[in-house]
Design a protein around this ligand. Structure first.
Ligand SMILES: [Zn+2]
Length: 108
């Protein structure tokens, strides 16, 4: 069971997460608590860095000191923002188009 000292909170859904380092050196949020459905093996290295690797192929099982982790994006209640600016921009455009259409069709 991993300790709680590196537990953080997701910016969008406030869930308990940990920032892990992937084998490729990228930071990835994982759920703070072990999850038997997770596809990652997590382990804190000698520098105190939480490292994750994908459970797959010849290393599909947990090895010494590892715990099973779920990528937070898989369970996040508020996934990373979509192009929200594009959505809000299109809505008033559509509305004004409808108004213009109605005015043209039924006005006068
Ligand atoms: Zn989240």
């Amino acid at each position: 069971m991993p300790s709680d000292h590196d537990v953080a909170r997701c910016d969008t859904c406030s869930a308990r997460i940990r920032w892990a380092m992937t084998a490729r050196g990228r930071r990835q949020p994982v759920n703070a608590d072990p999850d038997p459905d997770g596809n990652l093996a997590a382990r804190t290295d000698h520098l105190g860095v939480l490292r994750v690797r994908v459970l797959a192929g010849e290393r599909a099982r947990l090895e010494g000191g590892e715990w099973q982790a779920m990528p937070h994006v898989a369970t996040c209640a508020s996934p990373p923002p979509r192009p929200r600016a594009a959505q809000t921009a299109s809505r008033p455009g559509r509305r004004s188009a409808t108004v213009r259409y109605g005015t043209w069709r039924w006005g006068r």
